[in-house]
Design a protein around this ligand. Sequence first.
Ligand code: ZN
Length: 201
Amino acid sequence: MPKSTAGPEIERLILLLARLPGLGPRSARRAALHLIKKREQLMAPLQAALQTAIEKIEVCKTCGNIDTQNPCTVCTDPKRDQSVIVAVADVADLWALERAAALNVRYHVLGGTLSPLDGVGPQDLTIDALISRAHDPAVKEIILALNATVDGQTTVHYITDLLHGSNVAVTRLAHGVPVGGELDYLDEGTLSQALRSRTPI
Ligand code: ZN
């Protein structure tokens, strides 16, 4: 049992911070110390922001994004292309795609990917809701932006089958050489996918 250097309140703060992704016990200790030193400038506003989040954040009933308004800011933005829905596994993926700012579209959060081994079936995801959104006459394309993993691709095939024969185009992300990537360093799976998904210049 390591010797405790701070009182129980501060130890508790450190333990809670250490549960955040990307923070181990050492970084949590540093973060706690920083918060304590910047009590007025940082800790008080952080407390207020956390309180607001607890009170106001909801899951969007249309797309599954999280926001302080429902339907969310993305769903209610009139400037977005209403004809394209990007399906993602998780809210984190939605935010990552928004940061990329490549498309001005709407999303659908599935809540995970199909995983027979982990007992995740279609009923555990929001696939039915996606299919009914896809049948809206305004929707012309569903982009399946899922991980290039076995589970991700199983989900892609499952949804593609369900939408077969409908009026929407179903597309998925390209697999290939990452921007700035050197061929020599890529694994064989990525290289063979990149060759198969080559595009004319
Ligand atoms: Zn939404």
